[in-house]
Write a protein that binds this ligand. Sequence first.
Ligand SMILES: [Zn+2]
Length: 306
Amino acid sequence: MTTTTPVAKSALRKLELKFGEYEVCAIPTGLFALDGGAMFGTVPKALWQKTNPADDQNRISMEARALLLKSKDRNILIDTGNGSDFVAKHGDKIGGKFEEIYGVDASGTTLESSLKKHGLTTDDITDVILTHLHFDHAGGATKADQSGRIVPTFAKATYHLQRANYENARNPNVREKASYLLQNFKPLIESGVLKLIDGPQKDYLPNVSLFVSNGHTVGHQVVIIEDANKQLIYCGDVVPTSSHVRSAWIMGYDINPLMLIQEKSVLMSLTEAKNTYLYFEHDPYCDLATVEKNNNDYQVKERFIL
Ligand SMILES: [Zn+2]
């Protein structure tokens, strides 16, 4: 079997993107690892390992990459990664086991260090849009304070989430139970900072629209940042890496695979309307990519970093 080492990030073209008032900044929050088989569902390992080589435990490398929309009046963060104080929040037992199973690497980049690179602290964030409450997206939404109490990480922010996802997280099914951890969202509702949204929204915030998908989990929102000529789609878990652009390449984690494929095809068809960049939350090798149509499906045209 052959393995192709993915192209080094330094070899990718760097983009500078602005939408309206916003400067767009990648906010990597740290690497982790998940089982390659689970990440690619029914796709054979002989295919996926060419782009996503597995370690000795069959895990592939994953990023938890948030996105910052930075402007004079507003700093919007989309998703928050696993959180850098998992043990403090969840206790040694869950925390230690979690870090071992998921290979969480908190030694390098964190949410806080990535914000600092752009001159911001967690107190500067005005809005947090959560695609959904799975721990690798909402883990950084709360933190343990000095007394050990779990509080919102972004003290001055309003958090935005689909109501359907919140309800789902409160009463998770057996398959998702381990992904919806109360500590990541209960403190948000208790402190009154969580705004629940009903369904898709056009221009929810200036230049920001929300597309709702239910195939990965119920009430997952994809965030579309756009102006007259171009758009950036923050795909979340609908297209987690650039290897998942093709329609049948979906995750074993998805609760409704056929629904996800259908929703993904609607989402991908939006790329034909204007100049589009797909932003990948979990791709360790690139931040975003353009796509093109090929044989009634889509494929990556060019990968970029921000
Ligand atoms: Zn998820």
